[in-house]
Design a binder for this molecule. Structure first.
Ligand code: AMP
Length: 225
């Protein structure tokens, strides 16, 4: 029996959050909740949320807390996540979001916040080669993980493209915001006994193995929680 898990992934842009979140969601059979994917879908659909969010994403700025917190609250109160759990990817990104998340999840709380550790030089190389499926959000790399058929997603057959915000200026801005707004969350979760630091270098398989070993140990220590 696979008990599910309540996890979130921290890490710089290009650390492999999306790739690992998707793999962990399959492993623990829980939804993968990516605020970036949800916002990009909203932009594609032309909804009011999408129209509002577009300028933030294009410039690499953070979408205001109350918008993303509302999105995540709505998703986390649906039965699939409240019952089996979730893998959050790209949320929280600010201390205000982390505080809101802890209220939303109360009294169950998280099993673990996983920090994918990587140096800035490595992420700049990864981001330059990053490609993403415009439909399902699966990640690829022109360097070491291209789709089997060029330009088409292995998972859903959608179009594989470079993200609009993977420009040099937007990447620089996102890394700055990461250091200022998101990096403090590492200490925030650590002080609550909820942080696991994982080396994000190496193959996606090797990184997943490291994460699963740590998560399984944590879930076994708190069975039924
Ligand atoms: P990502 O796909 O996680 O890199 O997110 C892409 C963009 O979506 C970010 O650069 C932000 O503009 C926006 N975004 C995603 N998640 C959040 C969040 N938790 N808080 C604020 N903005 C976010």
């Amino acid at each position: 029996m696979n008990p599910g898990a309540r996890l979130l992934i921290l890490g710089k842009q290009g650390a492999g959050k999306g790739t690992q979140a998707l793999r962990l969601s399959r492993h623990y059979v829980v939804p993968h909740i990516s605020t970036g994917d949800t916002l990009r879908q909203a932009i594609r659909s032309g909804s009011e949320l999408g129209r509002e969010a577009r300028r933030y994403l294009d410039s690499g700025e953070l979408v205001p807390d109350q918008i993303v917190i509302g999105m995540v609250r709505e998703r986390l109160t649906r039965p699939d996540t409240s019952h089996r759990g979730f893998v959050l990817d790209g949320f929280p990104r600010t201390v205000a979001q982390a505080e809101a998340l802890s209220t939303i999840l109360s009294p169950k709380g998280l099993h673990l916040a996983i920090d994918l550790e990587i140096d800035t030089t490595s992420v700049l190389t990864r981001l330059a080669g990053r490609r993403v499926c415009a439909d399902c959000g699966a990640n690829y790399s022109v360097v070491d993980n291209p789709p089997r058929v060029p330009g088409l997603c292995d998972v859903c057959g959608g179009e594989v493209v470079q993200r609009d915000d993977d420009t040099e200026a937007a990447i620089r801005r996102r890394l700055e915001l990461y250091e200022r707004e998101t990096a403090p969350l590492i200490a925030w979760y650590d002080s609550r006994g909820l942080l696991a630091r994982i080396d994000a270098l190496g193959s996606p398989d090797a990184v997943t193995e490291r994460v699963v070993a740590v998560v399984d140990r944590r879930i076994l220590r708190r069975p039924g929680s």
